[in-house]
Ligand binder design. Structure first.
Ligand SMILES: C[S@@+](CC[C@H](N)C(=O)[O-])C[C@H]1O[C@@H](n2cnc3c(N)ncnc32)[C@H](O)[C@@H]1O
Length: 207
């Protein structure tokens, strides 16, 4: 938890309680339904919570903004972002229903009211749009963009125009070349100094 406070300090009591409660809740639920690798659960705050908050360090979602998290798994980046931005509405979707159970249990336990979940493949969602899509470790950029594009409204409510923000690692040159988009790429190790973030990037693709 200290690792979060190293970079972000502007939390109220409720948010601090919510972040602090994540460790025990995820350890407990991960024992029943595996959503985080056993070895990573010990570094929950670094590898999952802080990594998710790279998005919060890059964009300040305005109150009333709507965000879909595509392939949220156990709730990353959606759950940490929902704690960080209590006035933003998050819709977390995954194609595996049992993972959403973990999210529903965790968010009920900490009193998160700005999260909804849906068991679906992203490409099957029709007639719904959001200001932003976020995603971590789900699919190649070309697929993610194909799924996210119809789900994003055109617009510009915040400093960054509406679009897809995804967290990705490794050599992305090939992946970008195979897609039709030119993302803005931010190295996360320029935001957070921990070695874990080397070769990890935040990509923003504008609609
Ligand atoms: C490697 S996990 C990452 C989970 C989470 N985003 C994280 O970073 O911890 C990828 C997740 O994407 C989900 N997924 C893959 N393709 C999907 C699709 N087309 N629509 C919705 N979810 C999808 C999988 O079920 C899985 O939970």
């Amino acid at each position: 938890m200290e690792i979060i406070l190293k970079y972000f300090s502007d939390f109220d009591e409720k948010q601090l309680r919510q972040f602090a409660a994540l460790e025990e809740l995820y350890k407990d639920w991960n024992g029943k339904i595996n959503v985080i690798s056993r070895k990573d659960i010990e570094s929950l705050y670094l590898k999952h919570v802080l990594h998710s908050l790279a998005i919060a360090a890059t964009i300040e979602f305005q109150p009333g903004t709507s965000v879909i998290d595509i392939g949220t798994g156990g709730g990353f980046p959606g759950v940490p972002l929902a704690i960080f931005f209590p006035e933003v509405q998050f819709h977390l979707v995954d194609s595996i229903a049992k993972k959403l159970k973990v999210i529903n249990e965790v968010s009920n336990a900490i009193g998160l009211t700005n999260i909804t979940t849906q068991h679906t493949r992203a490409e099957e969602i029709k007639n719904r749009q959001f200001d932003f899509a976020v995603s971590r470790a789900v699919a190649p950029i070309k697929d993610l963009w194909k799924w996210a594009y119809p789900l994003i409204k055109r617009g510009n409510k915040q400093e960054l125009p509406n679009g897809l923000i995804c967290l990705k690692g490794g050599d992305l040159v090939q992946e970008i070349a195979e897609s039709s988009v030119k993302p803005r790429m931010i190295p996360i190790d320029e935001i957070f100094e921990e070695d874990y973030f080397k070769e990890k990037y935040l990509l923003h693709i504008t609609k």
